[in-house]
Design a protein. Structure first.
Length: 70
């Protein structure tokens, strides 16, 4: 899964360690936390319009993260 996380982090513009912590927390708790996903993307400083039009909107990213976790 480490390789997939690396690729996902690079493609999403996220730090690998932040993404890994998010995934670890989600799998440990077995609860998907949308607020934590929003927090994960906060360093990208995307406004709501940018998040909607960004090539990595949170909804699409959420789908990728969920698929990775399954």
């Amino acid at each position: 899964m480490s390789e997939k996380l690396t690729v996902l982090a690079q493609n999403s513009g996220l730090e690998y360690e932040a993404l890994k912590a998010f995934v670890d927390n989600t799998t440990d708790r077995l609860i998907f936390d949308a607020t934590k996903l929003t927090d994960l993307f906060a360093p990208l400083e995307l406004g709501w319009k940018e998040r909607v039009n960004h090539r990595y909107p949170e909804k699409a990213s959420a789908s990728r993260f969920i698929a990775l976790l399954l």
